[in-house]
Design a protein around this ligand. Structure first.
Ligand SMILES: *Cc1c(COP(=O)(O)O)cnc(C)c1O
Length: 485
C-alpha cells in the first residue's frame, strides 16, 4: 500500500472508465475551466443589463458620461474601470474584468485571514511526534474548519500529510476538482445513491452496513474496478460503525464479493480530550479486541487508525498506522492537557475596519433594544461591519472585546446581523497612542495587536463551546478569506 500514496489509494486495476489518475485530472481540468468561464459570462451579462438600465435614467447622467468619454473637465478615478471600447452612442461602459480586480477587503471592511505557514508548522509539529511509517490524515471537512479545504489540503500534503478526511462526498469532489490526487476518506457512510460519485472521483467511504458494501461492490464490479473502503468500528461512542464484537461476522457477510477491498479499519474516541481516561481505555481495549478478531479470522484490517488530535498528541499508544488531525492542524489545542505537550500556531485571524464613529450623549442607548447606555461624550462609539451573519455570534453581545490600536475595547449593545459597535475612550490606559478613532482604522476581532491578543479560545469560554465551532462560523460565513503563505 505504501507505493499508492497520492495515487487514489486502493482504486487499482483493470479497465476503462476511470482508469488513470491522469484521466481524472484531465476531466477535472475541463470541468474547472467550464465552471470558470460561466460566472464571468454571467457577470458580463448582468453588468450589461445593469448599464442598459441605468442609461435610461435621465439625460444628465448621459451627458456626464459623454463628458467623461471625452476626457472631460472632471477626470474621475473611477474611469480606470472603463471598458476599452466605447462609442458615442453607448458612452462609457464598466469593464467587468477591471471591476473584478477590486480586492474583496475593499468591498466590505471585514475579512478572515488564513496563515498557511501555520498549517505547515502544525502539520510538522504533529508529524515529528509520530513514529516512522505512521501516516497522517489531514481532516479538512467543513471547508477545513472554515480555513478553506483546497489551500489547506494542498499545504498539509506538502508538509507531511498523506491522507485527507472529509465528511461529505461533495467535500471530496471539491478536492478532486482542484486536482488533488491524495487518498480521500469520507468519514461516514454516504447514501447508496452517491456510490457512482465515490467510484467516479475515486473517493473511499467508511462502511458499516452490509447493504451499502454490496451495492458499492456491485457498482465497482460493473466497471471492472475495485471497491476500496475503511471499516468503521463502534467501540463505545455510539455514533456510527459496526459493534466491536461483531466485526468478523460483518466481514464474513460481505467478503464473498471480489471487488471489495478492506483498505483500513478505524474507530473514533468519545473522550480523548477529557481528563478522565477510563472510557478512553475501554474504547481502546475494545478496538484491540476487534483487530485481533479480524486477524484471527484471516482478515487483514489494513491501515488501522483511531486517534483524533487529542489522542494523537496525548496517547502515542493509539497512533496505530495513521492519526486523523482536525483541530490541531488549525493551531488549536484540543484540551488543556495538550497545552504543554506541543507548540501549535493558530492559522485564522479576523479583522474589520471602523465604518462609522460618533460621540453619544450621556445615557443615550446604542443598538437594538438600546440596552447599552452611553457613558458620555468622553467615549466614542465605533461601528464595524461584522455581525452574527459573519460568525460573530449574537450571544457575545456586550461580552466580547476587540483590539483597537493595541488595546482591548468593549463591544457594546446588541450585535446586529451585519454590524456591531464598540466603545473607545481615546484617553484609556493601554492605547498605543492617544488619537481619535476614525473611519477606516483597523480592528482585530481574532488575532494579536501589540501585547494583546483576542483568541478563538477566549470566545469559546464566553460561548461555552469548542474552537471547531467558532472558526467554522467565521470561516464559512460570507466574509472573504485571504491567504498568507
Ligand atoms: C472530525 C473528525 C476527526 C478530527 O477530530 P479533531 O478533534 O478535530 O482532531 C477525526 N476523526 C473523525 C472520525 C472525525 O469525524
Amino acid at each position: 500500500m505504501d507505493s499508492q500514496i497520492n495515487g487514489f489509494t486502493g482504486f487499482g486495476h483493470h479497465n476503462p472508465g476511470f482508469v488513470s489518475a491522469k484521466d481524472a485530472i484531465r476531466k477535472a481540468e475541463i470541468a474547472a475551466q467550464a465552471a470558470k468561464n460561466n460566472p464571468v459570462q454571467q457577470a458580463r451579462q448582468t453588468l450589461a443589463q445593469a448599464q442598459a438600465f441605468s442609461s435610461g435614467l435621465g439625460s444628465s447622467a448621459g451627458e456626464d458620461r459623454e463628458q467623461a468619454a471625452r476626457g472631460g473637465a472632471h477626470r474621475s478615478p473611477a474611469l480606470k474601470f472603463a471598458a476599452p471600447v466605447s462609442s458615442k452612442d453607448t458612452g462609457l461602459a464598466f469593464d467587468p474584468d477591471k471591476l473584478a480586480r477590486i480586492p474583496e477587503q475593499d468591498r466590505r471592511w471585514s475579512w478572515v485571514e488564513v496563515d498557511l505557514s501555520a498549517i505547515r508548522h502544525n502539520t510538522q509539529a504533529v508529524r515529528s511526534r509520530l513514529a516512522h511509517g505512521v501516516r497522517l490524515m489531514a481532516v479538512v471537512k467543513a471547508d477545513a474548519y472554515g480555513h478553506g479545504a483546497v489551500p489547506v489540503a494542498k499545504m498539509a500534503l506538502n508538509s507531511g500529510a498523506d491522507y485527507l478526511g472529509v465528511a461529505t462526498v461533495d467535500e471530496a469532489i471539491q478536492l478532486r476538482e482542484a486536482l488533488i490526487g491524495a487518498p480521500i476518506l469520507v468519514l461516514s457512510q454516504p447514501p447508496a445513491e452517491a456510490i457512482p460519485l465515490l467510484l467516479g472521483y475515486k473517493v473511499m467511504p467508511a462502511i458499516y452496513t452490509a447493504d451499502f458494501a454490496i451495492a458499492y461492490a456491485e457498482a465497482a464490479d460493473a466497471f471492472g474496478i475495485s471497491a476500496p473502503f475503511h471499516l468503521a468500528v463502534n467501540t463505545g461512542m455510539n455514533r456510527i460503525g459496526v459493534r466491536w464484537d461483531q466485526v468478523t461476522e460483518f466481514m464474513r457477510q460481505i467478503d464473498f464479493h471480489r471487488a471489495l477491498e478492506l483498505v483500513g479499519t478505524f474507530t473514533h474516541f468519545a473522550t480523548a480530550d477529557c481528563t478522565q481516561t477510563l472510557d478512553f481505555q475501554i474504547q481502546t481495549k475494545r478496538f484491540l479486541e476487534a483487530l485481533s478478531a479480524l486477524r484471527m479470522a484471516g482478515v487483514d484490517p489494513g491501515i488501522v487508525h483511531a486517534a483524533n488530535s487529542a489522542a494523537a498528541i496525548r496517547f502515542p499508544d493509539v497512533h496505530f498506522d495513521m492519526v486523523r488531525l482536525g483541530i490541531s492542524l488549525y493551531g488549536f489545542y484540543p484540551c488543556n492537557e495538550t497545552l504543554t505537550m506541543i507548540d501549535l500556531k493558530p492559522a485564522m485571524a479576523v479583522y474589520a475596519r471602523i465604518s462609522d464613529v460618533r460621540t453619544v450623549p450621556l445615557s443615550d442607548g446604542v443598538s437594538y433594544g438600546l440596552h447599552y447606555r452611553s457613558r458620555g461624550p468622553q467615549t466614542k462609539i465605533c461601528t464595524i461591519p461584522i455581525g452574527y451573519a459573519d460568525g460573530l455570534r449574537r450571544s457575545l453581545s456586550s461580552r466580547v472585546r476587540f483590539l483597537y490600536n493595541g488595546a482591548l475595547m468593549n463591544q457594546v449593545g446588541n450585535i446586529c446581523m451585519d454590524q456591531c459597535m464598540f466603545e473607545v475612550d481615546p484617553y484609556a490606559h493601554g492605547l498605543r497612542d492617544r488619537h481619535e478613532p476614525a473611519i477606516g482604522d483597523l480592528v482585530t476581532i481574532i488575532g494579536g495587536d501589540g501585547d494583546n491578543v483576542c483568541t478563538v479560545e477566549g470566545m469559546c469560554e464566553l460561548l461555552n463551546t469548542i474552537p471547531h465551532e467558532v472558526c467554522i462560523d467565521f470561516g464559512t460565513s460570507r466574509m472573504p478569506r485571504l491567504y498568507r503563505q
